[in-house]
Design a protein around this ligand. Structure first.
Ligand SMILES: [Fe+2]
Ligand SMILES: [Fe+2]
Length: 282
């Protein structure tokens, strides 16, 4: 098994500055900690889907260990920022409400290459997300945690991309099919897992707060998307193009990248308006 590239001891915890903690960053860091820490379930799923590919299952186990460490680093930071944050109880709540289909033996993406494209898309999302959050925070420890995680996520993308090349050749997957799988996984970025993690990590249970998918999804996204800037979208788009077998730095790339930047800014404005009107109604 590959050794981890860093440990919690490499984070400068003594540089923590409580005056630089922002409530929105604390809330999304708590939610991210839940999803990252839950990676063992994804490892089981990948072990099932790639059961006769020991090279890949070995790599997936190392990958899962790094993802769990992301959850540990984020939850440790959240507990510094909010000493009342009880990660174990909150994570138990998340596990109760969100379950993956661990019995699947075939990829839900239709093929192994499809599964690896979906994994690449997840790593595009996480590497750009932690880069954006790391660039957007003034709190030194959160910035250091995000940078360490973002570099892991970039390595994870490369890991899944290397295995993807093997399976694309074997399955003869067309570019169109790869684009379709990538798009369907990108659309799921706004799905239940992150919304429910946001709820489980931040809900006011003593006041009887219950999960409301639309509301918690909006609350999560308006905070998470706020940190994306054009360079984060640029890098992400180049990674997406490579994973689906299209060349970046072409006219098509520039056109799609401009469209993605425009859509992100539009979505940011829309989510900010929704958050403002929910605040006014409360
Ligand atoms: Fe991660
Ligand atoms: Fe990752």
């Amino acid at each position: 098994m590959q050794p981890k590239h860093w440990t919690l001891d490499d984070i400068p915890w003594d540089k923590f500055d409580p005056g630089k903690v922002r409530d929105d960053q604390l809330r999304i860091a708590k939610a991210a900690a839940m999803v990252e820490y839950n990676a063992a379930d994804y490892v089981s799923y990948l072990e099932n889907v790639f059961a006769d590919d020991p090279d890949f299952t070995e790599a997936a186990r190392s990958w899962g260990i790094e993802e769990v460490q992301h959850g540990e680093a984020l939850s440790k930071w959240a507990a510094l920022a909010d000493p009342e944050f009880d990660f174990d109880t909150r994570f138990g709540e998340f596990r109760r409400g969100f379950k993956l289909d661990l019995d699947a033996t075939d990829s839900v993406r239709g093929s192994r290459a499809g599964e690896l494209i979906a994994r690449c898309m997840v790593e595009v999302g996480t590497s750009s997300y932690y880069s954006a959050l790391g660039d957007g925070t003034d709190e030194p420890v959160l910035r250091a945690v995000c940078r360490k995680i973002a570099s892991d996520e970039l390595r994870h993308y490369k890991l899944f991309y290397d295995h993807l090349k093997r399976y694309v050749a074997r399955e003869n997957l067309s570019t169109m099919r790869r684009v379709r799988v990538a798009l369907s996984r990108i659309m799921e970025t706004e799905d239940d897992e992150l919304s429910y993690a946001y709820f489980a990590a931040n809900a006011n249970y003593s006041d009887g707060e219950e999960y409301d998918r639309k509301r918690h999804n909006g609350e999560y996204l308006c905070r998470a998307f706020a940190y994306y800037r054009d360079p984060h979208i640029d890098r992400g788009m180049a990674m997406i193009f490579k994973a689906v077998g299209l060349r970046p730095h072409t006219r098509l790339f520039h056109w799609v990248r401009s469209g993605a930047q425009w859509m992100m800014r539009r979505r940011q404005r829309q989510l900010a308006r929704m958050a403002a009107s929910a605040g006014a109604a409360a």
